[in-house]
Write a protein that binds this ligand. Sequence first.
Ligand SMILES: [Zn+2]
Length: 318
Amino acid sequence: MSSITEVKRRRVPIGNGNGEGLYKEVLEEKTLYDFHELPEWQQDNDKILTGYIRETKSVLKCVRSLFIWNNETVNIYTHLVSAVSYFLLMLGITDLVMVPHFPTSTFTDYSVINFYLLGAFGCLMCSSCFHTFKQHSGPHSDAWSKVDYMGIIVLITCSMISLIYYGFFDHMEYFRLFTVLTLTLATACTVCVLSDKFNHKDFRPLRAGFFIAFGLSGVFPVAAGIIKFGIQGGVQRVQLKYLGLEAIFYIAGALIYGFRIPETMFPGRFDFWGHSHQIFHVLVVIASFLHLKAVMGSYIFKHSHLNGVGLAALQSTY
Ligand SMILES: [Zn+2]
């Protein structure tokens, strides 16, 4: 018997099953485990009591767990389905949405919008992989967890740069300044994420705070835009109503993740449906979609509010 997979013994009748001692013993693999049955490295959230895939030591078994209803299933599919959707948008958005609306779209428009879609796809795909393969073993879980955090950094970076571009599409010096600032913060986050200390479960609230702070650094280009173009101009350029909603969803998600709401109040009741990580995932998807709405709105604003001369000048510039 493997130390990883527990096996249950069951007696089944042989032949017509009318007994007389003719039984054979069959071994059945147990698929789901309770929190207290997990190896120590896997015991992360003691408020989720059941429904665990225990350490598999096998990539194939991790892939097979995709087809077993367990307490990671919602986490995996909320981001996998969204990742595939963003990938399809990446293939189709240029021809289906952008060109029909504004045939004057520039290569930079395509690049910026697809850059954001690529970031969203990358982040959600990294997250799906983390939740699928973290069951493998302690070292694999640690490595995939870093991949997961890197995905978040990529998404924040791509979100910020797309926002900065549309905020300052006609003032490239500001675009360069805030892009350098974003890349500097992204590098600092990457250094922290890749350190093993950061990954420890005691640092969960700190991790949540760290990503909130990086995301909120978007306040600086928005404030600069408002100072430069006035409230109306600054707000319209970056579609601030969507960005504000996006920030609320991200912050709510990070707080729910950080404080493990609601399972902390009702341990065991949200094992398969509705625990904090699942809510966090759904809020991240909604927030990422709101950012896409903002980017598309900014793109439309840029093209519909420029007169012919201005637009022609822009096209020749980029
Ligand atoms: Zn996750």
